[in-house]
Ligand binder design. Sequence first.
Ligand code: HH2
Length: 277
Amino acid sequence: MPGGERGADGWRVEWRGTAVMGVLNVTPDSFSDGGQHFGLGAALACARQMHGAGVLILDIGGESTRPGAEPVPADTELDRVLPVIRELKEDGVLLSVDTLKPEVAQAALRAGAHLVNDVGGGRDPEMLRVCSDAGAPLCIMHMQGEPRTMQNSPHYGDVVAEVFAFLRGQAAAARAAGVPDVLLDPGIGFGKTREHNLALLRALPQLTTGPDGVLVGASRKRLIDYLADVPQAGDRDPGTLALHLHAARSGAAVVRAHAAAAHVQALRVQAALDLPG
Ligand code: HH2
């Protein structure tokens, strides 16, 4: 399993196998767990449970990016995520802030977050500057369009070529701006049809053989309903595990999951099968 080590100058993470990033949505309206962890007490309890189960990273988000979601002001997002980050920063778990807004990322990093998860893919140069200044890694996710309208009519010529070229280009731009490390994420469900998502998942080995770590976030997404007829997001953990074990076998460094404990267990078992002898 991957390990994180706190050095004098912050966190150094060595990726060995596939790590779990536990989802902590401090929102009233997230598609899969909206409202469940909205209060500080509930958020902290969930965070500590996931940490105890063995996640490497907690991904703290204060704005839903589900299809059709309306943006929230930066102040609202900060009121949601900062108290959680302040409480967890000494817990010995990596903290990621899931945001599209550089000002939210900056405040979160100052409050104790270690990395930024940008579903905007680092397109805003200000986001790159914030990460560079803080020496913080950036997760670069691909999204076609924006959350409010992205599922209206996603279209690509060659989805795999276009998404992977975007990710590689953004990684180069981030490095040139001084961002110390990146994770690349094809953005399952972000401006993509069922066929687009499947093509990207099948092509993961093309991305994971590159120099950068790859993150996959298929947790409880509608793709699972399309594939296995599971209308309720909360019922989609078995399908999520199937997709994420595939991602791990394909070389993903991180999977982003709501059912964190089940993921840690399944990935440990899968890793044991891969050991020689
Ligand atoms: N998916 C969601 C949010 N953030 N970040 C990355 N890097 N990759 C993803 O696939 C991803 C993400 C959407 O899931 P969730 O956080 O459960 O829902 P919501 O956006 O409604 O809060």
